[in-house]
Design a protein around this ligand. Structure first.
Ligand SMILES: [Zn+2]
Length: 277
């Protein structure tokens, strides 16, 4: 007997002050009925057993519904990847310090010249993928539904939160000294991969491959060998396991373990597959 596993991961919901209302229809089961800002689709909180580890890691994958811009922040020691699921026309993100300011970049320069002039602004469209390197200042703009992937979730240093008041009536803490002490001043601060039809972007990090795939024509199937996570970003389809079918749809995530190469995905879907290299 082979032991194939196809396990649905239950989402975790979080209300956010900057959130829109794009995620409610996707998750009617959520008890959060307004400003559902963040849905964790994969994390160590959901996959707490060692069997879920791939190369010693359980990545963090979240759907983020930003109606207004997220705080300006950086993570000193890990990269994150953004997949633009949906966005309004001319939506943009801020990522990285412009070349001409890199050498003399400091808190004073940031305040005197102004955020908009110091940081790169990138216009984004559905299907774009952006890798944000460690220590790179970034902010997700308003009107964007994004899927964020990172391999660690530990430290976020906030530079500006636009004086917003949270649900308990307080402004959120800023970490200016730590943030400015950890700014990535390398030329390579981010990488943008333009959206493409039926193609895939493969990113390798810490022995894991993170693949963004469009399965959008009949007959194409993606085989999943050994352990993998699959996150459905759009559409509907099926995971076939030993000829048994499990329906999948936008917003679902799964852990898969295949010992006989008989698990595969079909349908009309966009998804992320994370597995060992
Ligand atoms: Zn971030």
């Amino acid at each position: 007997m082979t032991k194939n596993i196809v396990e649905k991961i239950e989402p975790i919901f979080e209300q956010k002050i900057w959130a829109g209302n794009n995620l409610h229809t996707l998750y009617p089961q959520s008890s959060i009925k307004c400003q559902l800002g963040e849905v964790k689709l994969l994390s160590p909180y959901q996959c707490y057993d060692d069997k879920y580890l791939i190369n010693g890691i359980i990545p963090i994958v979240k759907l983020i519904d930003a109606e207004s811009p997220l705080s300006i922040q950086l993570h000193p020691n890990y990269s994150e990847w953004w997949y633009i699921v949906k966005c309004k026309k001319n939506a943009s993100v801020k990522v990285g310090v412009k070349k001409k300011y890199l050498n003399k970049f400091c808190e004073k320069c940031f305040n005197n010249i102004g955020i908009d002039k110091v940081l790169n602004t990138l216009t984004v469209k559905e299907g774009d993928v952006i890798k944000v390197y460690p220590g790179t200042i970034h902010s997700i703009g308003g009107g964007i539904l994004i899927c964020e992937v990172s391999l660690w979730e530990n430290i976020t240093y906030r530079i500006d939160d636009f004086n917003r008041i949270d649900y308990s009536g307080n402004t959120r803490e800023l970490h200016l000294d730590k943030a400015f002490g950890n700014v990535n001043k390398e030329i390579l601060q981010y990488k943008k991969y333009e959206a493409r039809k039926d193609t895939q972007v493969i990113l390798n990090e810490n022995g894991l491959s993170i693949t963004f795939i469009n399965i959008s024509y009949p007959g194409k199937k993606v085989n999943l060998n050994k352990k993998a996570y699959i996150i459905i970003l759009d559409g509907i389809g099926e995971i076939i396991n030993n000829e048994k079918s499990c329906k999948i749809r936008k917003g679902d995530s799964f852990f898969i373990c295949s010992e006989n190469n008989l698990i595969y995905v079909i349908g009309k879907i966009k998804c992320i597959i994370i597995k060992a290299l």
